[in-house]
Design a protein around this ligand. Structure first.
Ligand code: SF4
Length: 484
């Protein structure tokens, strides 16, 4: 069975300044923990600060982190500081030239930039860079940000000033880790749409300094034994250098708009957001779902792995036993060699195997974290029925996804989002369930235990916190373009 169709992840970024450490290997493990955020390519750039100046090293390739790097390639990346990136392509074709970190030259040396997010003013930025005679090498917005910094550096600014000016030219979602010969710059856009956290490494150095890392999620801090310090603030620039960590502000803070889909699905359940693990949040989503849309069943199942915390929460609140009725082949996982579309359509089995003896004669409710295209849900339902389930009900621990994302998540066009096209009853028939219900938007927000206005939830509401230029809207918002 195919794994369920989902919104595709964004990217993972990591940065470190620690001259006494093997920064490339630490970055490798950071990226390894962030692998779920992007499986197409991986890269690490380092600067080795010596008495003769800073030497630059880079290695990137297509594939998973563990496929791209080995002990030999990591040994060829000496350095005092590093940035790393694991990529899912949201802009630019999936080619090695678009793999990150994106590297450009400047008056003060090379800039290696790792980006998570999407700019919405790419056309404007591209035009202004081309007008300044910049020779863009790739089709990514990430390279444009690097060139925008280089332009200011070449005009005589220092790193902090140049980056601050460049960031003010960018609109959209961007969490960045940028290696320079002198230190690492990390920042988030003014709404903080994509996450980026700071961690502290070990003890203070002999000169009383602490060493810091930045990463997309706290799970990347845990794997390297770093302590979570805090999230980078929207509009904040963090500079990691010989002097430790210095914080600057390049734009007044606007209303926070963390992507709520990070909470529901993208980020790992063991990552911490707003001081608690996402596992706890997802448990509450399931509890709330059981209150809003109960099901008269014998057993609660979760779609592995991402639906399981909400399924456990549902089971707790409904006081119905939770069971494992679908076993995932843990050794299939994500593979660099993706099946072709025709293979997928022919039904290639990527291993979710139903347990007949658990399911036989049972009325079950299966919980998933989201329903985006609906192309594989019916296969799960069919397999559950073939395994003997008497009734199959489906509950989704988020609201219907009706709008595409423009901020770094690869959603389909609006006309491919099943909830934008069909009513709940039509989807029930299409996927073959006895009943289907989604969590309400209010329920999803209540479970965050935070102020709802501090999240972006545009793919559920169509209310985009950063205006999407008309030409970009037309690429994805097909229904709305037609309606207009
Ligand atoms: Fe996240 Fe959806 Fe907003 Fe995109 S539109 S940033 S996926 S909540």
């Amino acid at each position: 069975m195919d794994l369920p169709d989902k919104q595709e992840e964004a990217c993972g970024v990591f940065g470190i300044y620690a001259p006494e450490e093997d920064v490339a290997t630490i970055t490798y493990f950071g990226l390894y923990a962030l692998q779920h955020r992007g499986q197409e390519s991986a890269g690490i750039a380092t600067f080795d600060q010596t008495d003769d100046g800073s030497q630059f090293y880079l290695y990137k390739d297509m594939g998973l982190v563990s496929q791209v790097f080995n002990e030999r390639t990591l040994a060829e990346l000496p350095g005092s500081l590093a940035v790393g990136h694991t990529r899912y392509s949201t802009t630019g074709a999936s080619r090695i030239i678009n793999a990150q970190p994106a590297v450009v030259d400047s008056r003060l040396g090379k800039i290696a930039l790792a980006h998570n997010g999407n700019l919405v003013n790419v056309d404007e930025l591209r035009e202004s860079l081309l007008a300044a005679d910049v020779k863009l090498q790739t089709t990514t917005d990430s390279e444009m940000i690097a060139y925008a910094i280089a332009e200011e550096v070449n005009a005589g600014k220092d790193w902090i000033e140049a980056a601050s000016i460049a960031f003010r030219r960018c609109e959209g979602a961007f969490s960045l880790a940028i290696a320079t010969p002198d230190g690492v710059i990390a920042t988030r856009d003014t709404h903080g749409i994509r996450p980026l956290v700071i961690g502290r490494m070990g003890d203070e150095t002999a000169n009383g300094m602490s060493r810091y890392v930045v990463a997309s999620e706290t799970c990347a801090l845990d794997i390297i034994g770093a302590t979570y310090v805090r999230s980078i603030e929207p509009g904040e620039l963090v500079w990691l250098s010989e002097g430790g960590l210095t914080s600057y502000t390049w734009a007044p803070k606007q209303e926070r708009k963390l992507c709520v889909f990070e909470m529901i699905y993208f980020a790992r359940p063991d990552s911490v957001v707003n001081e608690e693990s996402l596992y706890s949040y997802r448990l509450r989503l399931g509890q709330q779902l059981a209150v809003e849309s109960p099901a008269d069943v014998d057993l609660v199942l979760g779609v592995p792995d991402s639906g399981i915390p909400a399924a456990i929460g549902f089971s707790q609140a409904a006081e119905i036993p939770y069971g494992e009725g679908l076993i995932k082949n843990r050794y299939v996982g994500r593979t660099f060699i993706q099946p072709t579309q025709s293979m997928r359509e022919a039904g290639i089995r990527m291993k979710l195997n139903p347990l007949k003896d658990v399911l036989q004669g049972k009325r079950i409710v299966i919980i998933d974290d989201s329903l985006v295209r609906g192309t594989t849900s019916y296969k799960i339902v069919r397999a559950l029925r073939e395994a003997g389930a008497k009734e199959v009900h489906m509950r989704i621990s988020s609201p219907p996804v009706t709008h595409p994302c423009f901020y770094g998540i690869d959603t389909d066009n609006q006309d491919q989002l099943i909830a934008a096209q069909k009513s709940v009853e039509e989807i029930e028939r299409k996927i073959g369930v006895d009943s289907l219900a989604y969590l309400s938007w209010e329920g999803m927000m209540k479970a965050t235990q935070q102020e709802p206005n501090t999240f972006c939830s545009a793919c559920f509401t169509g209310k985009y916190p950063i205006a999407i230029p008309e030409p970009m809207q037309q690429t994805k918002l097909r229904f709305e373009s037609i309606r207009r």
